[in-house]
Design a protein. Structure first.
Length: 90
C-alpha cells in the first residue's frame, strides 16, 4: 500500500505531493464518516482503499480542493486535468 506513495506517478496523477496528501486526508475523513468506498475494500485498511480509488481514477481534487467522485462514464481524468492547467506564458 505505502509502496505506491513512494512512486512519483501517483503524485503527478493528482497534481503534486501536497494535493495528494490533501486528497488522501479528505477522502479518509469521508470514509470515516460513513461514505461508501468506490472500490472493493473487504479487509483493507482505509488508506489502501483511498490509494486504490486514486489509482483507478475514482476520485480527484477540484480547483477548490474538494474531493470529486468521478462518474463511471466520465471522460479520461488525466486529460481533463491537463486541460485545466493555466498557461502563464500569455
Amino acid at each position: 500500500m505505502l509502496d505506491e506513495l513512494k512512486e512519483d506517478d501517483i503524485a503527478k496523477k493528482v497534481g503534486g505531493k501536497f494535493k495528494l496528501s490533501t486528497l488522501i486526508q479528505k477522502r479518509l475523513v469521508q470514509l470515516n464518516r460513513g461514505a461508501p468506498p468506490l472500490v472493493e475494500c473487504q479487509g483493507k485498511p482505509s488508506m489502501a482503499t483511498v490509494i486504490e480509488e486514486i489509482l483507478t481514477d475514482k476520485i480527484y481534487l477540484d480547483t477548490s480542493e474538494n474531493v470529486v467522485i468521478t462518474p463511471d462514464d466520465a471522460p479520461d481524468l488525466e486529460k481533463m486535468l491537463m486541460e485545466e492547467v493555466p498557461d502563464f506564458d500569455d
